[in-house]
Design a protein around this ligand. Structure first.
Ligand code: FES
Ligand code: FES
Length: 219
């Protein structure tokens, strides 16, 4: 009796040809592993798409107020947006001193100061920089009044293509705030996270020592 009801159910159940029903119904043991994985991912994605909008996480943009070079700047970005991307691409006017080179925390071209400490802005989310003092190379001095390090880079001709320069200037400026009379070894140590593909290191270090001398009057 039972057997006959089951066969009736099978006959009367509406046929659902979807890939998800197929995978859930028959299992994936007999399919090649790679193909099965792909199909499960697609089925899962479809299920996510069917979820109500408010149950998804990290979608859309958030409003932020960032304190950049002493000014409060408002910006609307996705939570996953890096500080570097925010500075360069989501502000008007943009802050383009920090450069995008490696985008993975290996070159130092994107260095900014967060509460006075050098940080790779390509590795910091903009949302994590809220309530921190963000200083870029633009905030260290102005065209009319370069800071000691910026002036020394000009005097010592410490750049070639210039892509690494904002990062070096920012890092060295932070060093001199902490240590006004560093040795060459200390300068090199402070700059170990900054790379210059043009190989201008000797002049960069010379500029750092000259800036320290100029700022403090050491001879
Ligand atoms: S761009 Fe950030 S470390 Fe290279
Ligand atoms: S001056 Fe070109 S990378 Fe440093």
């Amino acid at each position: 009796m039972k057997k006959s009801r089951e066969s009736t159910d099978k006959r009367t159940r509406p046929y659902d040809p979807s890939r998800r029903s197929f995978l859930k119904g028959v299992g994936i043991a007999g399919a090649g592993a790679a193909v099965a994985d792909k199909l499960w991912v697609e089925a899962g994605t479809k299920e996510n798409d069917e979820q109500p909008q408010n149950s998804r996480v990290l979608s859309g943009t958030v409003p932020l107020v960032l304190e950049i070079n002493g000014q409060k700047r408002t910006v609307q970005v996705e939570p996953r947006t890096t500080l570097l991307n925010t500075l360069r691409n989501h502000l008007d006017p943009a802050v383009t001193g920090p450069k995008l080179v490696c985008d993975m925390g290996t070159c130092g071209a994107c260095t900014v100061l967060l509460d006075g400490k050098p940080a790779y802005s390509c590795l910091v989310l903009a949302v994590d920089a809220v309530r921190k003092q963000i200083t870029t190379v633009e905030g260290l001095g102005s065209l009319e009044k370069l800071n000691a390090v910026q002036g020394a880079f000009v005097d010592k001709d410490a750049l070639m293509c210039g892509f690494c320069t904002p990062g070096f200037v920012t890092t060295i400026s932070a060093l001199l705030k902490k240590n006004s009379n560093p040795t060459l070894t200390e300068v090199r140590e402070a700059c170990k996270g900054n790379f210059c593909r043009c190989g201008t290191y000797p002049r960069v270090f010379e500029a750092a020592l000259a800036a320290a001398k100029n700022a403090t009057g050491n001879s």
